[in-house]
Design a protein around this ligand. Structure first.
Ligand SMILES: Cc1cc2nc3c(=O)[nH]c(=O)nc-3n(C[C@H](O)[C@H](O)[C@H](O)COP(=O)(O)OP(=O)(O)OC[C@H]3O[C@@H](n4cnc5c(N)ncnc54)[C@H](O)[C@@H]3O)c2cc1C
Length: 406
């Protein structure tokens, strides 16, 4: 059988290189395996391999608990959690891989494996970072955390003329605010959408999306600098339920042609900020709006403290991710949008600020060498040995592949 892959959930989910479909292979469709079972006392949930963020939130938030899911609900938890998993609670709980407590995996030879830190521990390490390589993950047990009924959440939108000072401020804020606060920044051109005041249509902006799960008083204090030292054009940051906020965010994702390319940097240094601001202006100058944008976020708080080798996931703990994200409709525009994403990545590398690590979930295409560099030789060799043990024929190869050690 040439290829096997799993295609879990909603329309906005799915890997960017198109691992969710294949010609001439077998597709294992997990989209009906979406159960989520919450253990309220333990603050954990068993999640089936085809569930997405909406499935998780629908169950856990009923009990005032939340786990790691994508910033948009439609992202499938299978690929997301097994290869990283960066969400609005990642400062509080860690990356998705950090929250996996146990797995049930159907291996290449059809065995059902219980995978925990003490049972099949080699696979427990490897599946948390390169999980698509070792079998079909049918169940994942994940850690949850209590969230208050009302969290402070929303978006602050600023004129891009303030971008440099604002990004410097975010870099400093990252070192100062508690784990309760998560933020992610974008640079984008505001569309001609009645949701925005007419005078802002077509304007290049920086937006800072915030979710703060601490007390509202603490949250207000932590956000004050962003509101008072800079003058937001739009401020939607307000107390609301996490469920409402996640639902609102999920409405905006178009299910169309897309490209994301992640690179990582140690911090938002002056050099990085120069690259980012110039890439955003290029995006605007090349007319790539209104759906494309640049994304910047730190692997902060709990996500920064997990020891580097606790899992196979190679992202730079404590570092920042810079991602060019392009969305468009007409195939004739492919080259322009892909070219811009490539240019952002090249500028970070040419400027000597990219660390070489890459977030597999936002790696746009199969690139074995880039993947290997990102994992580093020690991780890569360990993964290859574990692959040889659990999938020696490389049945699961339609992914960011780890070829089995010979
Ligand atoms: C609109 C959009 C928003 C996004 N937002 C975020 C975000 O907020 N945070 C973030 O970290 N990432 C985000 N991503 C990236 C996202 O994490 C990846 O696209 C991820 O691969 C999605 O996983 P999936 O299971 O939906 O995709 P799929 O393409 O179905 O799967 C991805 C890979 O994982 C494998 N896989 C899936 N399920 C299983 C399973 N049960 N067992 C074994 N292997 C499995 C597949 O074979 C494939 O190789 C976003 C992507 C998009 C398109």
């Amino acid at each position: 059988m040439p290829t096997i892959l799993r295609s879990p959930s909603g329309p906005a989910g799915g890997t960017l290189p198109g691992f969710a479909s294949v010609d001439g292979g077998l597709v294992v469709d997990l989209s009906v395996m979406r159960s989520v079972r919450v253990d309220v006392d333990e603050q954990t949930a068993w999640v089936q391999g085809g569930a997405n963020g909406a499935d998780l939130h629908a169950e856990t938030l009923t009990y005032g608990l939340a786990g790691i899911a994508g910033w948009t609900n439609a992202v499938g938890l299978g690929g997301f959690l097994l290869h990283g998993g960066y969400g609005c609670l990642s400062a509080k709980l860690g990356l998705g891989v950090d929250t996996i407590l146990e797995l049930e995996v159907v291996s290449a030879n059809g065995e059902v494996l219980r995978v925990t830190p003490s049972e099949n521990p080699d696979l427990f390490w490897a599946a948390r970072g390169a999980g698509s390589n070792f079998g079909v993950v049918t169940w994942m047990k994940v850690q949850l955390v209590p969230v208050p009924e009302q969290v402070l959440a929303g978006v602050l939108v600023y004129d891009a003329v303030e971008a440099t000072e604002l990004l410097e401020h975010l870099n400093e804020l990252n070192g100062r605010v508690p784990d309760d606060m998560m933020f992610i920044a974008h640079m984008a051109v505001l569309p001609d959408d009645p949701a925005y005041p007419g005078e802002l249509h077509g304007k290049l902006v920086v937006d800072v999306m915030i979710v703060h799960v601490g007390s509202l008083a603490q949250a207000g204090a932590d956000v004050r600098g962003l509101r008072e030292e800079f003058a937001p054009l739009i401020d939607t940051v307000a107390p609301r339920s996490l469920r409402d906020f996640m639902t609102e965010l999920s409405a905006g994702y178009p299910g169309i042609r897309q490209r994301m390319d992640d690179d990582q940097v140690v911090e938002l240094s002056d050099e990085v900020i120069d690259v980012v601001v110039s890439a955003a202006r290029t995006m605007a100058d090349r007319g790539l709006q209104p759906m494309s944008y640049l994304i910047m976020y730190p692997y902060r708080g709990a996500a920064s403290r997990t020891p580097e080798h606790a899992s196979a996931c190679p992202v730079g703990r404590g570092h920042w991710s810079i991602t060019g994200a392009a969305f468009w409709e007409d195939p004739a525009d492919d080259a322009r949008h892909i070219g811009w994403c490539d240019d952002v990545s090249a500028a970070l590398h040419d400027g000597g600020v990219a660390t070489g690590a890459v977030y597999a979930n936002c790696q746009p295409e199969v690139n074995l060498e880039r993947q290997r560099r990102s994992f580093g030789e020690e991780r890569w060799n360990r993964l290859a040995s574990i692959k040889a043990k659990y999938d020696p024929e490389n049945v699961f190869h339609h992914n960011h592949n780890i070829p089995p050690a010979s």
